[in-house]
Design a protein around this ligand. Structure first.
Ligand code: HPA
Length: 277
């Protein structure tokens, strides 16, 4: 484990001995999710900045870890995360995942917003990731490998855990929510894609496109975490929609989907109580 990760963990351990089972990133559509958590402790990222922890450049973007319970499941939520397009390198973007793993989290549950490429996805739908395409971003594992963390060449053939996917589908059914399944591709952004890029990505096998997640998933799999991710289709990707894309549209879709998205996440995480789930 790298020194900066150890330092962050030591700083957190001075405040709480809470051991999370699930690490949850709150993307667009889950921005208010912290209200669903029985909070035990909160730590602003700012307090970890001296150890190299990335703090978002967006003004008024108060990032913090929230420790608590969803049902009986101990979780650590990331409220706010940094993106490659802010200028952080891949290593910094995955640092929070490594810290949450070192605090004890065994499962990484990610949420994000994406543009729909698959014409079967209506705006506002929720899609469970079955696989990803990482080829357009720098791999977070480039550099020396510590064998204590994981193997040099980690397998990505089952990046999204089969058992967890079955569990999330069951949770969606119980909540009466339609859940699609598909392949996510991460690009760096910050510009949205051109229509020609979307046609290319569709031909390569992508069902949806976004600016986050895949680098975190690779880092988490390297560390032996089990991973699940649900994406909110906040807009139709460029050229599929006739309208120009705006970040306001993405945020509006997030607000509209929040009750459904929250219900699904709460049900799914409550079911992740033990290895026997
Ligand atoms: N493209 C990339 N990232 C996104 C999009 C999109 O259309 N929508 C939400 N995040």
């Amino acid at each position: 484990m790298k020194k900066n990760i150890r330092d962050c963990v030591a700083a957190i351990r001075e405040k709480t001995d809470f051991v999370p089972r699930v690490a949850l990133t709150l993307g667009s559509g889950l921005g208010q999710y912290a209200a669903q958590v029985r909070v035990v402790c909160e730590i602003p990222y700012q307090e970890l900045a001296p150890y190299g922890f990335p703090v978002s450049t967006a003004p008024g973007h108060e990032g913090r870890f929230i420790f608590g319970y969803v049902g009986e499941t101990p979780v650590v939520c990331m409220k706010g995360r940094v993106h490659l397009y802010e200028g952080y390198d891949t290593e910094q973007v995955v640092m929070p995942v490594r810290v949450m793993r070192a605090l004890g989290a065994e499962i990484l549950f990610l949420s994000n917003a994406s543009g729909g490429i698959n014409p079967a996805y209506p705006v506002g739908s929720l899609v469970l990731l079955s696989d990803h395409i990482s080829s357009f971003v720098r791999n977070p594992l480039i550099g020396p490998n510590d064998p204590e963390d994981g193997v040099r060449f980690p397998d990505m053939s089952c990046a999204y855990d089969g058992q967890l996917r079955a569990l999330v589908k069951e949770a969606a059914k119980a909540c009466g929510i339609d859940l699609y399944e598909g392949v996510y591709v991460q690009l760096t952004g910050p510009s949205f894609e051109s229509p020609a890029e979307i046609r290319m990505l569709g031909r390569l096998g992508a069902d949806m496109v976004g600016m986050s997640t895949v680098v975190e998933v690779i880092a988490a799999r390297h560390l032996g975490m089990r991973v699940a991710c649900v994406s909110l289709i906040s807009n139709l990707a460029a050229g599929i929609s006739e309208n120009p894309l705006t970040s306001e549209e993405v945020e509006e879709a997030g607000r509209e989907a929040e009750p459904r998205f929250s219900a699904l996440v709460t049900r799914a995480i409550s079911m992740m109580r033990s290895d026997a789930e």
